[in-house]
Write a protein that binds this ligand. Structure first.
Ligand code: NAP
Ligand code: G4F
Length: 352
């Protein structure tokens, strides 16, 4: 295994949930980390500010670059400029319901974006002779209308959303580049993973965010869609470790990363409201806007291969994850309450 202190990595999606945990992991191992971020009209670096704004510590080894996943020339230029040893491709339009509103953009950014990056990596490797290892953020959403329970690496894909279709394209593009061009390219088929840094429009965070605000008198109701869908929810901090492990193997491969437990959205509500001794039925209302044209009813992963070959196992349990998220959002809502009491206008979070 190469000495991480001499290694550099490019992380796309660096401003996202997983990007922030992965950056922390890589910096702690001694890597120099380059993050790809797109230009936005407001700040988008909230999840990595605590690292970036600490230039005397590991933050001195974090560099941020502007590029968009739809811009092949910028991706190629960046590869040649940085010359990374490892590329972690996490960037994507990652919201399933929004992908029904923006199917073409989702295909472009989430699907073809991966292919553009693979092409940039291949071109860089071929012109410089330097080896680059590549990680593709594949998704359990690819299993969609599941053909078996639990889902494993050999389970056929049957995507149920434009996002799922785009991820299947990106997944097979990665496998194809591995088989065609001898690229060290691996896919992590990650099941849902959450944290206090989870985007506020994904269901777990939408629930815990609302609980904090309800407890502090800032919100009365929580509007959700399908409470019967079941997901295999793990902790994002555990899952980025699996990404790194995949790129340290001699041979590239594909791995399911999951907890092997599944809970309904309703069960998540019960556990999360229960943490603050409230009954979810008193607060949750159904809003048909949050139903999807096609739903993924149940996801349950079998991570046996990851355990056997990578030595990876999830550390945080479902109850610990729920507690971690509720507690963090109670603190956040307490700060919002202080600001509200001081006359500041806090705009309530929007759902999706
Ligand atoms: P996330 O929080 O939504 O982060 C997505 C990242 O991609 C953000 O940094 C976002 O930038 C960036 N991005 C979006 N469109 C882009 C574009 N056109 N050009 C450049 N950057 C762009 O997602 P996550 O939860 O960290 O997930 C990381 C990856 O794993 C994603 O590919 C997701 O699809 C996949 N995945 C996630 C899960 C899960 O449960 N979390 C499970 C399986 C697979 P902004 O900050 O500017 O929006
Ligand atoms: O939290 P979600 O939006 O996550 P979803 O659709 O499973 O996708 C996430 O996990 C995928 C891995 O399987 C990732 F690839 C993807 O990028 C993303 O991170 O919804 C979970 C479930 C769904 O069944 C949804 O219908 O919760 C249900 N739900 C019920 N009410 C809701 C809501 N989802 C959202 N976002 N908002 C609601 O109000």
């Amino acid at each position: 295994m190469a000495d991480p202190a001499n290694q550099s990595a490019l992380v796309t999606g660096v401003t996202g949930q997983d990007g922030s945990y992965l950056v922390e992991l890589l910096l702690a191992k001694g890597y120099t980390v380059h993050g790809l971020m797109r230009r936005t009209s407001t700040f988008s670096t909230e999840r990595i500010d605590h690292i970036y704004q600490d230039p005397h510590e590991s933050g001195a080894r974090l560099f941020l670059h502007f590029a968009d996943l739809t811009d092949a020339s910028a991706l190629s230029r960046l590869l040649h400029e940085i010359g990374p040893d490892e590329v972690y491709h996490l960037g994507a339009q990652s919201h399933v319901r929004v992908s029904f509103d923006q199917p073409i953009y989702t295909a472009d950014a989430t699907g073809v974006g991966a292919l553009k990056l693979l092409e940039a990596v291949r071109d860089y490797r071929d012109t410089t002779g330097k080896t680059v290892r590549f990680y593709q953020a594949s998704s359990s959403e690819m299993f969609g209308k599941v053909h078996e329970v639990p889902q494993r690496e050999t389970t056929p894909f049957h995507p149920r959303s434009p996002y799922g279709v785009a991820k299947v394209f990106a997944h097979w593009a990665t496998v194809n580049y591995r088989e065609s061009y001898d690229l060290h390219a691996s896919c992590g088929i990650l099941f849902n993973h959450e944290s206090p840094r989870r985007g506020e429009t994904f269901v777990t965070r939408k629930i815990t965010r609302a609980i904090g605000r309800i407890k502090h008198g800032l919100q009365d109701k929580l509007y959700l869609g399908n409470l019967d869908a079941k997901r295999d929810w793990g902790f994002a901090g555990d899952y980025v470790e699996a990404m790194w492990l995949m790129l340290q193997q001699d041979e590239p491969d594909d791995y399911v990363i999951a907890t092997a437990e599944t809970y309904s959205v309703r069960a998540f509500c019960e556990a999360a409201f229960g943490r603050v001794e409230l009954d979810y039925k008193d607060f949750v209302e159904i809003d048909p806007r949050y139903f999807r044209p096609a739903e993924v009813d149940i996801l349950l992963g079998d991570p046996t291969k990851a355990k056997t070959k990578l030595g990876w196992e999830p550390k945080v349990s479902f109850d610990e994850l729920v507690a971690m998220m509720v507690d963090a959002d109670l603190e956040l809502a307490a700060r919002e309450k202080t600001l509200t009491d001081a006359g500041h206008v806090i705009v309530p979070p929007m759902g999706e």
